[in-house]
Structures are given as structure tokens and as C-alpha cells.
Design a protein around this ligand. Structure first.
Ligand SMILES: NC(=O)c1ccc[n+]([C@@H]2O[C@H](COP(=O)([O-])OP(=O)(O)OC[C@H]3O[C@@H](n4cnc5c(N)ncnc54)[C@H](OP(=O)(O)O)[C@@H]3O)[C@@H](O)[C@H]2O)c1
Length: 359
């Protein structure tokens, strides 16, 4: 059962509102019980126009109230919302996100810039909600009255969710990862159609190093006031494929205690993640769905599961080189970006870190 509206909605700003992830924020926040889109901001290419005029809207209907908003510059002096969802390009996020945190705003970021900083939580709420306890140290060390919370690279998100229950029970020792990533992961307008139609591009700039480092941070544990990364090694191949939405990740895993495929499937089926996340407005009933069909998961059939927030897993089988093989797939702009950020913000509201309006 979803949480009802029990208080006035918190005004939020979307930075990078015109892009692929920014638009997904606006789509997912339409009718949200706790947040309302009060401000939209983007680059000087878009400022001074209405949101409808500045944006080439990609999917579904553009909410009428947002269509009429003026696109503002990404300047904390000009935006007043206490919660800021950032879908900024990394070239802009490095300066802009700290400016908002310094000005007392909670920044929920999708950019890579601060993910690996020791005092910045990199969070998938069901996996490592406990890492949000870094925020006190972050604010003290940086002198910020606001804060930055990040979510991970989209392919790393799908892989980490599939690995979380297995790491918890059997201890991942090594991971070989090969991705097939959707074109929407490259933003809008993204990859030229003549480069990708009928093609596979075996290179995504800067992607493999993110997959090879972010998972260990997310699956690490809090030791005192710092994160001890999980001690496994990762080898990643990142590929762009002609799929609209949904990153597929093939994983081959080695374990400290080798599970049978049946034990691994049971762990995946039983996993529900951190209890404090259940019942939040964007939390799916099942964060992971194990599929028995031999040819699933598939982006076309499974990407909408849990309104894009469920990661589908299948094809668990033994492996002769490491221990097990499996496939994970999830929606890159929803679970892997905007939906993940919104769930982070909901958790911060439900735990009282972000104040409710009038409450
Ligand atoms: N797409 C995904 O699946 C995905 C998943 C996880 C994380 N991410 C990350 O999320 C962020 C956004 O990705 P995207 O795919 O939405 O990219 P995108 O479609 O290229 O959108 C980029 C947005 O940033 C704005 N922007 C660019 N330079 C700016 C500047 N100097 N000042 C202010 N705004 C500026 C753009 O505004 P204008 O329209 O005005 O130029 C646009 O709104 C990136 O950091 C990306 O790595 C993306």
C-alpha cells in the first residue's frame, strides 16, 4: 500500500530539467504525494523560455503545470526550493551542486562528480540506506547547511541490486560484468541514429571505471563514520545497443562461499532490501524480481516492472571459470537515475533529515 498525502507537498527544483533524466524527474513527480515541481533550471540555451518551449519532450504527456514554468538559471540565489534534484551534465555539476549544498539545499545528484568522495553517500536505498549517516560528517567537514547525496552509474545500479543479496549471504570475491546499455543512457539527443541503428558500439566513454569502483562503495559497510568498500574486484565491458530504455548486465561472479544456483535463486527471491524503504511512495513492491523463463529478463518486456523501479534478474546458472552467471536488467532513467534520486529523497523525508512542509 502506498503512503497517502498527509502534509503539504515540498517544493523541489530540477536542475538539468530539459534533458533525458530531467524529463524523467518531471514525469515521475507528476502527482507525487510529497514533492511538487516548483522550479526548473537548465543552461543558458534554455533560460528565459517556458519549459514547454525549451524542451523537446520525449515520452508521454508534459504535465500542464510544469509546461508553463519559466526555465531559470542554475543559481541558488535565483531558486528557492529546499530540495534540488540534479540531472546536470557532469561538466556543470562540479561547481553547481556544491553551490546549492552550501546555500542550505538538499541536492540529490545523478552526476558522477561527487559519487566517490569519502563523505558523500552513494545510495540505492534498499541496498545501503545506512550510508546516509555520512551526511553529518559531510556537513561538518564542508561547512554546508545543505548536503549532497548521489546515486550511482545506471549500469552499476542494476548490477549492484542483483549482487546485493548474493554478497550479503555468500560474499562476492570477483565480478566480470558485460553491459548492453540503452541509447537513452546517453541523454538527449544522444547517440546519432546512423551510429546505433543495427549496430553495437563497444565503448561508452568513462563508463567502465565507474562500474569497476562504484559497486564496492555501495556494497561496503559503515565502520565508525566511514565506508569500508567491499573487497571484490570488477572487470567491466560497456556496450551501447539499439534499445530505447533498459540496461542489461551479464554478470559472472566468484564468491567466498560458493552457492549452488538454487541457493542463489532463493537469496534473490527472498531479498526485500532495507526495511525503512518499504512503503515509500516510489518503492516498488519488489526491488528485485527473479524470472524463471529461460529468455528473460528483456528490456522490451520487463523494463516497466514496478513502474521502472524493479530490477529483473534471471538465468542464474553455474559457471566453470568463476562460480555463477546471471543477467540483470532495469530502467536506466528511472531506477538508474531519476526514480533512484526520488526514492533517496523520500527516505530522507521519512527519516526526518529533510523537513516536511509545516511539519
Ligand atoms: N541518461 C541516463 O540514463 C543517466 C543515468 C544515470 C545518470 N545520468 C547522469 O545524469 C545527468 C544528466 O544526464 P542526461 O542523460 O539527462 O543528459 P542530457 O539529456 O544531455 O541533459 C543534460 C542537462 O544538463 C543541462 N546542462 C548542460 N550544461 C549545463 C550548464 N552549463 N548549466 C546548466 N545546465 C546545463 C542541459 O540543459 P540544456 O538543455 O539547457 O542544454 C540538460 O538539461 C548526467 O550527469 C548523466 O551522466 C544519466
Amino acid at each position: 500500500m502506498k503512503t497517502p498525502v498527509t502534509h503539504s507537498r515540498i517544493p523541489v527544483a530540477i536542475l538539468g530539467a530539459t534533458g533525458a533524466v530531467g524529463q524523467t524527474f518531471i514525469r515521475l513527480l507528476d502527482g507525487h504525494p510529497w514533492f511538487r515541481v516548483a522550479e526548473v533550471a537548465a543552461s543558458e540555451r534554455s533560460t528565459g523560455k517556458t519549459y514547454a518551449a525549451a524542451t523537446r519532450w520525449i515520452e508521454g504527456s508534459l504535465p500542464a503545470d510544469v509546461a508553463l514554468l519559466d526555465v531559470k538559471p542554475c543559481d541558488p540565489a535565483l531558486l528557492t526550493s529546499p530540495v534540488v534534484f540534479s540531472a546536470l551534465d557532469s561538466a556543470a555539476a562540479g561547481d553547481l551542486e556544491p553551490a546549492f549544498a552550501r546555500a542550505g539545499r538538499f541536492v540529490l545528484s545523478n552526476a558522477k562528480n561527487f559519487r566517490m568522495e569519502a563523505d558523500v553517500p552513494l545510495v540505492i536505498p534498499e541496498v545501503n540506506a545506512a550510508h546516509l549517516s555520512l551526511l553529518g560528517a559531510q556537513r561538518a567537514a564542508r561547512g554546508w547547511s545543505g548536503a549532497i547525496v548521489t546515486n550511482a552509474n545506471c549500469a552499476a545500479t542494476m548490477a549492484t541490486m542483483a549482487m546485493a543479496p548474493l554478497h550479503e549471504r555468500f560474499g562476492v570475491r570477483s565480478a566480470f560484468v558485460a553491459t548492453m546499455q540503452a541509447v537513452s543512457g546517453a541523454g538527449y539527443p544522444g547517440v546519432p541514429s546512423l551510429d546505433i541503428l543495427g549496430n553495437v558500439i563497444p565503448y561508452i566513454g568513462d563508463e567502465e571505471p565507474k562500474i569497476e569502483t562504484e559497486m564496492q562503495k555501495m556494497l561496503g559497510r559503515m565502520v565508525g563514520s566511514r565506508i569500508e568498500p567491499a573487497p571484490f574486484v570488477v572487470s567491466a565491458h560497456a556496450n551501447r545497443v539499439a534499445v530505447e530504455n533498459g540496461h542489461t548486465v551479464c554478470l559472472t561472479l566468484g564468491f567466498e562461499q560458493k552457492p549452488t544456483p538454487e541457493q542463489a535463486i532463493a537469496a534473490l527471491r527472498e531479498w526485500r532490501g532495507a526495511p525503512e524503504v518499504r512503503g515509500l511512495p516510489s518503492a516498488p513492491d519488489l526491488p528485485l524480481r527473479y524470472r524463471d523463463e529461460p529468455d528473460r529478463p528483456q528490456p522490451r518486456r520487463d523494463v516497466g516492472d514496478g513502474r521502472g523501479m524493479t530490477v529483473s534478474v534471471g538465468r542464474v546458472r553455474a559457471d566453470e571459470i568463476l562460480d555463477l552467471r546471471l543477467v540483470a536488467m532495469g530502467h536506466n532513467t528511472v531506477r538508474g537515475a531519476a526514480g533512484g534520486s526520488i526514492l533517496n529523497a523520500e527516505l530522507l523525508v521519512s527519516t526526518g533529515v529533510i523537513a516536511r512542509v509545516g511539519g
